[in-house]
Design a protein around this ligand. Structure first.
Ligand code: PHE
Length: 340
């Protein structure tokens, strides 16, 4: 019995001296299945029958004491994780701080902006939640106009007049309404359409649209401006063609194609064997649009164009699936570290 009491005292002293700094090591050493508490409990069998009650009490007390110490140690080490300053080696090199990179859409957007800025275009921005007038009606798309189907969109349930803009032409309307002429702007931004998501379509994408309004602006100005853009963006060898098209807000309207960058015009799967890929829509601003925005259509003319940044980026980098742009896969995003 005396031996047991001594043993307990010795262990207690050791614990109080606080040799153990690590809570988990302490637990294993004392409270684990092969720990000292269990071992000392085993001593009960050597205690004489008349002392068993007293010994049991002492052992229980000891066990509670150890458990309490363990809790204390756990608390102390979790609130002050670094107790021993000598364990920090200040000479070790620091952790790497990985540098992020710009999203390919941002890289191409910035490139498009810088090309047009050199031609004197200023950047204009507007809201992504628009009203019906700025997105459709002002652009010669009155209610029930069948061409609204070309740009089915998302409406805001609080107000049937509000919607997510389907193009940044709405920003052009806002600029025209300000009445300051001439206007020479590009409008980059995110737009939304009610499309089923696939490799070639998404419910949102990004656009850069452009507008130039002054006296005597002609289709020749439009062609030369876009030709300059294409050469700066894709190189001097690229060829351009215009095809007649239809947009309610421009007349005449056209779609612009460039010679396929993959096959050089010979015909491949990307250009569907035609040798050409479409990159934007354009045209001369319809007089009704000028009138709707308070600009004298007898005095002023202008051109407008609009392109999808995703499309330009896919051609530039030969990316085959639109969904890659919004999946946030680091393996994809890491590949675009430098400017185009
Ligand atoms: N707003 C048209 C679209 O989003 C693009 C466009 C702009 C076409 C200007 C002609 C002129 O599809």
């Amino acid at each position: 019995m005396e031996q047991l009491v001594n043993q307990i005292k010795e262990l207690k002293d050791k614990i109080v001296a606080n040799v153990e700094k690590d809570a988990e090591a302490f637990r294993i050493k004392y409270l684990g299945t092969k720990g000292l508490v269990k071992a000392i409990m085993g001593e009960m069998k050597n205690v004489a029958a008349e002392n068993k009650k007293e010994a049991g009490q002492k052992l229980n007390e000891f066990k509670l004491f150890v458990e309490e110490k363990y809790e204390e140690l756990k608390q102390a080490t979790s609130s002050t994780p670094i107790t021993n300053h000598q364990s920090i080696d200040l000479t070790l090199p620091g952790d790497d701080l990985p540098l992020g990179s710009r999203h390919p859409i941002s890289l191409v957007k910035n490139k498009i902006i810088s090309i047009f800025q050199r031609l004197g275009f200023a950047v204009a921005e507007g809201p992504e939640i628009e009203d019906d007038f700025h997105n459709f009606t002002a652009l010669n798309l009155p209610e029930n106009h069948p061409a609204r189907d070309m740009q089915d969109t998302f409406y805001i349930s609080q107000n049937p007049d509000w919607l997510l803009r389907t193009h940044t032409s709405s920003v052009q309307v806002r600029e025209m309404q300000k009445g300051k002429l001439p206007i020479r702007i590009i409008c980059p931004g995110r737009v939304y359409r009610n499309e089923t998501i696939s490799a070639r379509a998404h419910c949102f994408f990004h656009q850069v649209e452009g507008l130039y309004i002054a006296e005597n602006v002609s289709f020749a100005d439009l062609k030369q401006t876009l030709y300059f853009f294409v050469q700066e963006m894709f190189g001097k060898d690229v060829k351009v063609r215009f095809r007649p098209s239809y947009f309610p807000f421009t007349e005449p309207s056209a779609e612009m194609d460039i010679s396929c960058l993959i096959c050089g015009g010979d015909g491949c799967s990307v250009c569907k064997k035609t040798g050409w890929v479409e990159i934007l829509g354009c045209g001369m601003v319809h007089p009704n649009v000028l009138d709707n925005c308070g600009i004298d259509s007898n005095k002023y003319t202008g051109f407008a164009f609009g392109m999808g940044i995703e499309r330009i980026t896919m051609l530039k980098y030969q990316i085959k699936d639109l969904r890659l742009f919004s999946e946030n896969d680091m393996r994809f995003l890491k590949q675009f570290t430098s400017a185009v």
